[in-house]
Design a binder for this molecule. Structure first.
Ligand code: HEM
Ligand code: HEM
Length: 171
């Protein structure tokens, strides 16, 4: 039995894959610019806020429970992997909050599956602002990072054949 046969808990696995779908969905439904004031991308809000909702149990489980032993990655690659995962966690929290803030600032009411949420800031007319720009760029960045992360998973699966993907699967 190698270290890599150790798995994430079933709950972590379900949350991981659900989040992957939600992030992709949020990216696909994203819209920018002033026109969203008249036509808010409600699906984008709901999918993005679901990422934020899922990060709460995920972080609790991750911090409270024993995480599986590290993969076979050694040296700088282990550090890169850790930093990459850390950045993904940061984006999963930061993206929805900056998006919510940006919408509020533009005067767009944010709702989660039809339930209206309070505004995070006062309405400012004119350009969407710096936080909105940060949100848009971070939205592209998470997709690139998740893409690299996926490539690494495929590399582990097909080239190293070390069972890393099994750590994030239900059986
Ligand atoms: C098809 C897409 C994806 C594949 C194949 C995949 C695969 C994996 C695998 C195999 C692991 C376990 C790595 C290990 O044991 O060290 C993992 C961990 C992780 N994945 Fe993904 N993933 C995908 C998409 C995503 C997305 C979209 C996100 C977030 C936006 C994400 C965030 C994470 C994080 C944060 C971890 C580390 C978990 C922890 O140790 O706390 N993944 N992924
Ligand atoms: C993982 C979650 C999310 C991702 C990946 C994401 C991604 C993006 C991207 C890529 C854009 C730019 C679209 C374009 O310019 O064509 C965008 C715009 C926007 N998103 Fe998100 N988003 C997420 C969550 C949210 C949430 C939860 C909200 C609000 C509750 C939100 C509100 C907005 C708003 C208001 C804009 C327009 C900003 C502007 O025009 O300057 N986003 N998002």
């Amino acid at each position: 039995m190698s270290n890599n046969s150790l798995r994430y808990s079933k709950t972590m696995v379900v949350i991981h894959w659900l989040t992957a779908l939600l992030v992709l969905g949020a990216w696909l439904t994203a819209e920018g610019g002033r026109e969203i004031v008249d036509n808010p991308p409600l699906l984008h809000f709901t999918l993005g806020l679901a990422v934020l909702a899922l990060i709460v149990p995920r972080l609790i489980l991750r911090l409270a429970g024993p995480a599986p032993e590290a993969t076979g990655e050694r040296g700088w690659l282990a550090i890169v992997a850790k930093a990459g995962h850390g950045l993904l966690y940061l984006l999963m929290v930061g993206l929805p909050i900056t998006g919510w803030y940006a919408a509020s600032r533009m005067g767009v009411t944010v709702s989660f599956a039809g339930v209206e949420l309070p505004a995070l800031t006062a309405v400012v007319p004119g350009r969407p602002g710096l936080i909105a720009e940060l949100h848009e760029n971070a939205g592209t960045f998470i997709l690139i990072l998740a893409g690299l992360h996926t490539l690494m998973a495929i590399w582990h699966q097909l080239v190293l054949r070390d069972g890393t993907l099994r750590r994030m699967s239900l059986r």
